[in-house]
Design a protein around this ligand. Structure first.
Ligand code: BGC
Length: 267
């Protein structure tokens, strides 16, 4: 049983939860290594994914994680990701999620439901933080842009290892369209595009983002970062572009990193 004052111990493990469109995943995160200390817990996202229904599943995931050997103290803070803009604990956009989330006090709601401090961060921002600390962006100075290709396009803007939150670069308007509606991984499947055809859209997208921000590095995350051999070699950019290293656990790890940073439990 963890001691009550464990939550004040620097670098002690914390729980991270990743709210996605199909699954709500969580793990106990080793903040020194950026890895999960036990098995990942995943429960399908309830449909419709309303705030109350999602909060119940988050509570179940936390409950299950609390039985793991490395579980932190029951009053330790929990970090959570959400696929929308999060500012001051409020959900301020809902592009690919149930519209009832708009203007929900997600921090307050989950803190009340779990009976312990909860802070929520945008999903791509969490993945970006994890990559900056433990993955492909480790020790990279200057601007690093982490772009996640999934249901939508998420982005994290990292400068000298620090996150500039809520960069919504998936919603850049390109050729008259909201970029993620054409160039996300789900759009590729929906439109039945070959990798070659999809690469043309990615080329257009990444060239534009490169022109706007001149980053030092692009990191590509999301499920299709596993298939990066199919499209990254086809892209012609002056910026190096590499697949994410943390794969499936990036959101969980990033959520735990963010809450640890907020509570000054890591540097
Ligand atoms: C949302 C972002 C989110 C991304 C990936 C976009 O539609 O606007 O906030 O990070 O999808 O889930």
């Amino acid at each position: 049983m963890a001691k009550k004052d464990d939550k004040t111990v620097k670098n002690a493990p914390l729980i991270g939860i990743d709210i996605g469109g199909t699954g709500i995943k969580g793990g106990v995160v080793d903040l020194k290594k950026g890895k999960l200390l036990g098995d990942r817990v995943r429960i399908p996202t309830p449909q419709p994914a309303t705030p109350a229904a999602v909060a119940e599943v988050v509570a179940q995931v936390v409950q299950e994680l609390s039985t793991q050997p490395h579980a932190p103290a029951p009053d330790s803070p929990v970090g959570v990701t959400f696929p929308g803009i999060i500012q001051h604990g409020m959900v301020l956009s809902a592009a690919n999620v149930d519209k009832s989330w708009l203007n929900t006090d997600i921090d307050g709601m989950l803190t009340a439901r779990l009976g312990r401090p909860v802070e929520v961060i945008n999903d791509a921002d969490a993945a970006g933080l994890a990559e900056a600390r433990f993955g492909a962006g480790e020790n990279v100075k200057g601007t690093v842009l982490v772009i996640t290709l999934g249901t939508g396009i998420g982005s994290a803007f990292i400068f000298n290892g620090k996150l500039v939150p809520n960069a919504e670069l998936g919603h850049l308007e390109i050729d008259g369209f909201d970029a993620e509606t054409k160039a996300s991984a789900v759009a590729r499947e929906r439109d039945g595009l070959s990798w070659e055809e999809y690469s043309v859209l990615l080329q257009r997208y990444f060239s534009h983002v490169e022109f706007l921000f001149s980053p030092e590095l692009f990191i590509v995350g999301g499920g299709i970062s596993k298939r990066s051999d199919e499209y990254l070699p086809r892209l012609k950019l002056r910026t190096p572009i590499v697949p994410a290293v943390l794969k499936n656990d990036a959101g969980i790890v990033g959520a735990a990193v963010e809450i640890a940073l907020k509570h000054k439990l890591v540097k």
